[in-house]
Structure formats: C-alpha cells, structure tokens
Design a protein around this ligand. Structure first.
Ligand SMILES: C[S@@+](CC[C@H](N)C(=O)[O-])C[C@H]1O[C@@H](n2cnc3c(N)ncnc32)[C@H](O)[C@@H]1O
Length: 327
C-alpha cells in the first residue's frame, strides 16, 4: 500500500483496520487505493468516537450535516481471521439494528437514509465502523465499484449449509467480478474436493466437472450435472475440454504450480474457455510481492481483463479472475 501511495504514513491501526495520513496529493491516493488487492473497503476517515451508540449519535448528526449522504453503513472490523473458530465475514443482524437506532435518535432529518443497503455507483455513504467495544470510526466513501457498494466491502452472502468454505469464496468471486456466468454453461474445477465451490456452481445451473484425486462429497457426486475426474490436474486429457466455458482452480499447491497447470490448459489448442477464477495459495505472504508478475503471466495467455482481490472469504490466498473480454 505504501509503495503505491508513497506519501501515506501509518496512523491509528488495528488488525483489519488501517488508517493513514496522506500529505499533499490526496487525489493520487484516491486513485491508487482501489487498485490494491488487499483493501477490501476504503474511504476517508473523519473522527474516532468513544462511547455508546447514544453518545455516537450527536457526532454522526453533525458529520452528516457536512457530508450529506443518503446511505449509512454500520459495520465492524473482522474480529478474527476468517475461518478461525467459525468466524465468517457475514453481516451481523445487530449492525442494521444499530443503524436503525441511530436514525431514530437523529430524528426527521434522517428520514429516507438507507441503512446497510447496497449502494448505486456514485452515491456517497457514511461509514460508522466499530473498531473496539465503545470505540467507533466515522468516515465516508463514494461507491465506485461492486465491492465498494457492499457494507464494509464484504459481499451480501449469508450463512448456508455448505459442503466447504469454498462455497462462499466462489460466490464472492463471481459476485465481485461480475463474470457473465450463465446457467447451462460448463465449468471445470481443479482441486474440487470435497465440493463447496461445485455446490455453488451447480446451484447456478452450471454443468460441472470436478478434478481431484481426493473424494468428493456424496451430495455432489450424485448430482446429475456433476462429473468427477478422479486424477491430478496434470493428467487431464486436454482434448476432452473443448466445451469448458469457465476454469476454476482451488488446488492447495504453490502459485507457480497453479499457474503452470492452468497455463497448460488455457493455452492448449482444444481449449477455448471464456474466463478463469484462480485461488493462489500464499503459504508465505512474501509471495504476494510477485502478484504483478503472476497477473502479467495470466494476461499473456490471451485474457485481456485480469484482476485480483483478497476476498473477504479468502484466508492466506488471493483470488485472480481473468476473462477474454469485459462483459
Ligand atoms: C482447498 S481444497 C479444495 C476445496 C474445494 N475447492 C471445495 O470447493 O471444497 C484443495 C484440493 O486441491 C486438491 N489438489 C491438490 N493438488 C492437486 C492436483 N495436482 N490436481 C488436482 N487437485 C489437487 C487436493 O486434493 C484438495 O482436495
């Protein structure tokens, strides 16, 4: 982050929430920040407030007078690493209740302000972020992308009966990237077991091939639109892939290995897939320094649109999405 905005200096920070002081060219920062794949949500921070919601309300009132906005997002920084001890970055029901309480305290002037709703592009949003118990950060941002229209930059995904966490990851990847995935198309997943991502893709009406030497969940195996190729990705016969529209890879191998395997498939003469969704595992976060070269390599396979994001549901891994054309 600091290399993309060299004049940014660390200010108040907690795990999952960083603030920076930026001297001078704030517009440069405003353009650079959304391109950093590790920033889930960003905005301009106003003031830190200590106290209960009743004490926060008057500050919010005066802040809104300066920054008239039709939307209020109330959320909190992740309390744990996602996937640890059952923690997932779902919206909590109390966030909306807190917002409704603040609106009620604000009186008639707040009528029409929407709390914790997705925001149309270009609209200003007030953010009230719970940093710690009784400590809040007040700020605002302007919705400029799909993810910045979501509360706290996390997708509107709720808890479901899933075969694995990969269900949430692929759902977020598809919502965020807006790939034009349509029912009836064909998907191939490398590293598919036990089958959370296949579960989501089957729910979307896709025809799915899961490649994995490990066992798939019986629920997925018995689905009429699913086929299990019980093998390593390197053993696939490429001429069988002519109908694949979307290639998904979630194998737990090093990024270089994932890229070698996927390159072998997507550049094969028999394969014409429209796009790919890769999970690059980062056994060491230092590998993230190579992300620009990884993206460049994916681009060289004939994908004109390549982007990456550390998804809200990602653990120590990064999601890369590529497509032949911008839908
Ligand atoms: C994180 S799990 C995948 C979770 C899965 N996507 C889901 O939705 O439940 C990683 C999987 O990669 C598989 N894997 C590792 N190396 C592989 C390879 N060379 N080819 C295919 N699968 C591989 C492992 O067997 C393991 O099941």
């Amino acid at each position: 982050m600091q290399s993309s905005v060299p004049q940014a200096k660390f200010a108040f920070s907690r795990p999952g929430l960083l603030t920076f002081k930026i001297e001078g060219q704030t517009m440069v920062a405003a353009e650079a920040l959304p391109r950093c794949p590790f920033i889930r949500s960003f905005g301009w921070s106003g003031e830190m407030i200590s106290g209960t919601l009743d004490e926060v309300a008057p500050k919010l009132e005066s802040y809104r007078k300066q920054h008239r906005a039709g939307y209020l997002h109330v959320w909190e920084r992740d309390s744990k690493r996602v996937g640890d001890r059952g923690f997932e970055p779902f919206a909590k029901p109390e966030w909306e209740a807190w917002g409704a309480k603040l609106l009620a305290l604000g009186g008639p002037d707040w009528a029409g302000v929407a709390v914790n709703r997705s925001v149309p592009s270009g609209e200003k949003v007030l953010d009230l972020i719970q940093v710690d118990q009784d400590r809040w950060l007040l700020g605002f941002h302007v919705a400029a992308s799909t993810a910045s229209s979501w509360v706290g930059g996390a997708p509107p995904v709720t808890s479901a009966k899933v075969i694995s966490r990969a269900y949430y990851k692929i759902k977020e990847a598809m919502l965020w990237s807006e790939l034009p995935v349509q029912s009836g198309q064909h998907a191939l997943e490398l590293g598919a077991a036990p089958g959370g991502a296949c579960q989501y893709m089957l729910e979307q009406g896709l025809q799915v091939i899961g490649v994995d030497p490990a066992e798939m969940s019986p629920e997925i195996l018995s689905h009429p639109k699913f086929e299990h190729w019980r093998m390593r990705a390197s053993d696939i016969r490429k001429r069988r892939l002519g109908r694949v529209d979307w290639l998904v890879c979630d194998s737990n191998v090093a990024p270089q290995h994932t890229l070698d395997t996927v390159e072998g498939i997507t550049t094969n003469q028999h394969v014409q897939c429209r796009g790919i969704i890769l999970t690059l595992k980062m056994p060491d976060w230092k590998l993230a320094e190579h992300l620009p070269s990884y993206l460049q390599r994916v681009k060289s396979w004939g994908f004109s649109f390549v982007t990456s994001r550390h998804l809200a549901f990602n653990r120590q891994e990064i999601c890369v999405v590529a497509s032949r054309s911008l839908a």
